[in-house]
Write a new protein. Structure first.
Lengths: 201, 333
C-alpha cells in the first residue's frame, strides 16, 4: 500500500489497482501479459461486470455495499466508505451483525470468497459495509458457503485474541438470518479438519 | 554416506533410483505403453509386476557400477499414494519384500510432496509457491505451519488428464500432452474456451468438451483448438498461482509434475513471475515426470528426521493428499 498524498491512495492487488481519490474508489483490472489478448480482455470485462452485479444484488437483499457510479470495460467507480476496517474495531456486537449479513448473502447464494475483517468496514455512521467482491460468485452449495465462513473464522483467528467469543457472536447472527445455517456450520467443522485453507497474515 | 532405494509406480512409469545426500546415483525405469487409449490401471500394474525385478536389479547394479556397495542402502522408500490402486499395491508389495529381506526400514512417501522436494533440491529454491500439474493432479501449494497446504486445486480432473482426453479424441497415442503442444505451436487463431476459476479452485473438464465441440460442431482447425486449449487452461493455472503468491507473500515459484515440461506453460509462469518481481524455478524434465529419484530423496529426508513406516502402517492410499502429511524435515516457520 502506497500513500501518494492526502487525497489519493493506491493499492496494488493481484489482479487490480485500486485508487481512492475525491471520495471515489476506482478499481481497475490490470492487463496480464502472460495470457493472450482474447482471454485477457474477456476475463477482465466479465469479472468487472460480474463484480458490479453482485455488489448491487447484495445491496438489494439488504447487505450494505458501496454504490456503483460507473462501470466501463475494466473499471468500476464506487462510493468511498469512510470508517474503520472491522479488523481494527471488531467486538461481539459487530461480529454478530456481520454474521447476520453473511447469513443474508448465503440465503441468496452469494458467495463472497474473501470474507476477512479487512474486507468489512464499519462506517462513521456505524453501518457495516462489505467490500471487495472481486472473487465473488453465485452458488447454492453448502461447500461454497462453508468455505466462505471458514475463511472468515481464519481471519478472526489470525488477528484477534478473543477469537472464540467473536466466532460465537458471528454464529448467533448467522443463524438468525439464514435458515440453513446448521448445515453450513457443520460443514465448516469438516473443512477445518481438512486443514486445507491457510491462515491469512 | 546414506543411500536410499526409491520405488515409484503410481501410474504408467515404473522407476527405481538410488540416491545419496549428494546426488542421484543411478536411475532405471520401464514405461507402460497402452496399445490404444489411455492407461488401464490393471494392465499398468501387470506391467509393473513383470518389470519390477528387472528395473530394481538394473538400479542396484548401476549403483554398484558407480562404486557404491549395496550394504550402504539404509532404507527402502516407495510411493504410498496418491495414484492408481493396482499400481500402488504392486510397487508397495515389492518395497515391503525388499525391506524385510534386506532388514532395513521402509518409508512410505507422499508422491506429490516428493515432486516438490526434488524440485527444491535440484533448483535450490527455499520456500516457493508450488504449481504441481500432472495427469491426475493440479494443485497450488505452499508450506505453512508444518504442512504443505493446498491453496487451490482442480474441482474435477487434472489438466494433464483433460489434455490426454482430447488427444485421444484426435486419435493421438498416449501420452497426448506433448503431441497437443506440438499441434498448438502451429495454431494461430484463438477459439472460445470456458475459463473456470472459482475463488482459488479450477475446473478443466469443460475444456475437453469445448475442444471436442470446436472440432465437430464448428470445424475449427485442430492446431487452433490445441492452441486455445493450452492458452485457456494454462492461463487459469497461472492466475491461481499468482494469486497464491500474493496471498502468502512469497517471491519464489516452483513448477512440478509432468505437465510442467510444457514450454508454453513454463513461459506463461515465467512472464507472470517476472512481472511481479518473483523468481521462477523448474527442474530438468526427468525430475518433472514421475521418477524414482524423487521418492528416494524424500525417503532420505524422512529417514533423517526419524520418520519411517512400520509394515502394518504401509497400506497404500490412492487418495493420499499432501496436506495430510506432517512435514518433519523442514523448519517450522
Amino acid at each position: 500500500m502506497e500513500k501518494l498524498s492526502e487525497e489519493t491512495l493506491m493499492i496494488q492487488c493481484a489482479e487490480a489497482i485500486v485508487e481512492i481519490k475525491d471520495g471515489f474508489v476506482y478499481k481497475r483490472r490490470i492487463e496480464k501479459r502472460y495470457r493472450v489478448k482474447e482471454i485477457d480482455e474477456r476475463i477482465r470485462r466479465e469479472r468487472t461486470k460480474s463484480e458490479a452485479k453482485i455488489i448491487s444484488e447484495a445491496r438489494r437483499k439488504g447487505v450494505p455495499t458501496p454504490i456503483i457510479f460507473d462501470i466501463t470495460d475494466y473499471e468500476l467507480v464506487m462510493e468511498r466508505i469512510e470508517g474503520d476496517l472491522a479488523r481494527e474495531v471488531i467486538n461481539d456486537a459487530i461480529s454478530e451483525r456481520i454474521g447476520e449479513f453473511v447469513g443474508i448473502l448465503h440465503k441468496n447464494s452469494i458467495i463472497h470468497s474473501d470474507l476477512t475483517t479487512s474486507n468489512i468496514i464499519v462506517s462513521t455512521d456505524n453501518i457495516i459495509y462489505f467490500i471487495d467482491f472481486g472473487l465473488s460468485f453465485i452458488e447454492s452449495s453448502t461447500e461454497a458457503k462453508g468455505v466462505d465462513v471458514h475463511v472468515f473464522f481464519q481471519s478472526l483467528r489470525g488477528t484477534h485474541e478473543s477469537y472464540e467469543q467473536l466466532k460465537r457472536s458471528f454464529i448467533k447472527g448467522y443463524r438468525r438470518t439464514f435458515p440453513n445455517a446448521s448445515h453450513v456450520l457443520k460443514r465448516v467443522k469438516e473443512i477445518e479438519r481438512r486443514g486445507r485453507y491457510v491462515e491469512r497474515k | 554416506m546414506t543411500l536410499i532405494l526409491g520405488l515409484e509406480g503410481t501410474a504408467w512409469n515404473l522407476s527405481v533410483a538410488v540416491v545419496s545426500e549428494e546426488r542421484v546415483i543411478y536411475e532405471a525405469e520401464s514405461t507402460y505403453k497402452p496399445e490404444y487409449g489411455g492407461i488401464h490401471p490393471r494392465e499398468a500394474a501387470q506391467h509393473h509386476a513383470s518389470e519390477l525385478k528387472n528395473v530394481v536389479s538394473r538400479a542396484l547394479r548401476g549403483a554398484e557400477g558407480e562404486g557404491f556397495s549395496l550394504e550402504e542402502i539404509a532404507a527402502i522408500a516407495f510411493s504410498q499414494g496418491p495414484g492408481m490402486g493396482p499400481c500402488l499395491r504392486t510397487v508397495a508389495t515389492a518395497a515391503r519384500a525388499l525391506s524385510i529381506y534386506l532388514k532395513i526400514p521402509l518409508i512410505g512417501v507422499n508422491h506429490c510432496i516428493a515432486h516438490i522436494e526434488i524440485g527444491r533440491w535440484q533448483c535450490g529454491t527455499k520456500d516457493p509457491v508450488v504449481l504441481y500439474v500432472s495427469g491426475a493432479n493440479s494443485q497450488v501449494l505452499a508450506y505453512r505451519f508444518g504442512r504443505y497446504r493446498i491453496l487451490g486445486e482442480t474441482l474435477d480432473i487434472g489438466i494433464g488428464n483433460a489434455l490426454d482426453k482430447f488427444a485421444r479424441y484426435l486419435r493421438l497415442s498416449h501420452p497426448g500432452g506433448p503431441k497437443i503442444e506440438e499441434l498448438a505451436s502451429k495454431g494461430t487463431k484463438y477459439v472460445y474456451m470456458p475459463y473456470v476459476v472459482k475463488g482459488m479452485d479450477l475446473s478443466f473438464s469443460g475444456l475437453t468438451t469445448a475442444a471436442k465441440d470446436a472440432l465437430d460442431l464448428h470445424q475449427h482447425k485442430k492446431e487452433d483448438i490445441c492452441h486455445s486449449f493450452q492458452e485457456t487452461g494454462f492461463a487459469m493455472l497461472t492466475e491461481v498461482t499468482e494469486r497464491a503468491m500474493a496471498h502468502c507473500c512469497k517471491d519464489e515459484m516452483l513448477l512440478a509434475g509432468g505437465v510442467g515440461a510444457n514450454r508454453r506453460l513454463q513461459q506463461m509462469l515465467k512472464t507472470m513471475c517476472h512481472d511481479r518481481g518473483a523468481r521462477f524455478y523448474v527442474p530438468e524434465a526427468k525430475y518433472l515426470k514421475d521418477n524414482g529419484a524423487m521418492i528416494a530423496y524424500l525417503g532420505l529426508l524422512m529417514l533423517k528426521s526419524g520418520d519411517t513406516t512400520p509394515i502394518e502402517k504401509s497400506a497404500v492410499n490412492p487418495n493420499y493428499r499432501p496436506d495430510e502429511v506432517e512435514v518433519t524435515w523442514r523448519d517450522v516457520e
